[in-house]
Design a protein around this ligand. Sequence first.
Ligand code: G6P
Ligand code: ZN
Length: 543
Amino acid sequence: MRKLIVTEPIEGQRPGTSGLRKKVAVFRQANYLENFVQSIFDCLPDRQGSTLVVGGDGRFYNRQAIQVILKMAAANGFAKVLVGQGGILSTPAASCVIRKRGAFGGVVLSASHNPGGPDNDFGIKYNGTNGGPAPEQLTEAMFARSREIREYAISDAADIDLDQIGMQSMDGMAVEVIDSIADYAELMETLFDFGAIKALLSSGNFRICFDAMHAVTGPYAKAILEGILGAPAGTVMNGVPLEDFGGGHPDPNLVYAHDLVEIVFGPDAPDFGAASDGDGDRNMVLGQRFFVTPSDSLAVLAANATLAPGYAKGLTGVARSMPTSQAADRVAAKLGIGCYETPTGWKFFGSLLDADKATLCGEESFGTGSNHVREKDGLWAVLFWLNVLAARKESVEAIVREHWKTYGRNYYSRHDYEAVDSDAANGLVAHLRDQLPTLPGKKLGAYEVSYADDFSYTDPVDNSVTTKQGIRVGFTDGSRVVFRLSGTGTEGATLRIYVEKYEPDPAKHDQDTQAMLAELITIANTLAEVKTRTGREQPTVIT
Ligand code: G6P
Ligand code: ZN
């Protein structure tokens, strides 16, 4: 039976870069989840009689939240919900299911790469009919709704059995529990040369290692890499999803994916290593004792895209987030295709992909993807690399070095200062903003500032304007430093400083990244008064 429950607005339900993320304890407050879900539904007036996709990354509170969402969907006019078995859908798989099944939209439960468990993070985001994250106008409308909400609708039906594949019913609404992997695996098979990858993996002289970090990609990677593609059992490590990710921080970078890094940089290193994050949309790619920066990965995949059957016709364009290095721009220029610089956040790629202006997209934050879904896709990136490796029959390192020779190398690093006092972080950004007009033409050490601005983006498809997306200081030699505050942190503020230096000379492609960037890093720290304003001597994480 449908029930209307009286409620009060709850503070702070504004979605960030990628949905509403809070500590589990916050989500467990009375009416907290219900208020936000009702705010989502209230902003979808056309939902009546439609199909919704629901799933999450399996973290703590996933199952309970899904039962609440199902009951609220039933009471809010949805005709059907497709839910991943066990409540599991990786973020890219959810996007795939929405598109393939022609659903109205989807609710995805994840806090991505943030730690999980009772004392850690939970999250919820809404994806639209195109399978992509809701645009900012919609998330802002949901936030506005959360501030005036007075009641929510929920069914008092019994829980659904989330583990039983097939049709069930809840208060007159159909609930279909679907295989979490099948639709996604089928899509991958249409994009990549599975025959060639299978031959490579079974050749006996090519070894790979995939770290699922006890998060959602475990079952996907096992089914595709070990199952369909015949990689030996054990190729997928940390492959059982755990509600707290085994106490780890499921973010695939050199710091947090330490199990993998130890193997890939160890004495018996495999030829290829990769990892994915909590909800399966991020990726890190490694060769034998060799790290591929996400920015380089995008550029290399763009340059080699036609080797994969799904991209054999070529790309319409490439898009990257503003702080991502400009390596992909050089590939786009050579290919004579479009190149777009967007604010941080995958949602900004959606309109470019829908309008077929871009085929590949990527972000420095370990995100790569294409028009096959409307989210970034960790396992897709891994399969793309394997396809390129199978076609070129060269090592990861050889392919990247060859790429640098052709296009030049964009030395790149990001310095993060996590859990900084929010006022101090805002003050730091304000201080940078104040300096902007005075910087162009100024000499800072060996570098001369050519432009300095606060990045603002006009979407070329719908002309929407997004301002204040990060401070850029560009130098006359093409080097850049960029400053922005993270939109995904849940504790204080996280300051990110992105540093990039372009080096065309192949004789200088073998240098240590931090050493190459040392002067730019000092310039950035001085401009932003990092030490005095944050009280920090060192960044928390360097990637
Ligand atoms: C999420 C988004 C990405 C974004 C990343 C970094 O993963 O999906 O699109 O690049 O967060 O965001 P942040 O604001 O923390 O730098
Ligand atoms: Zn993620």
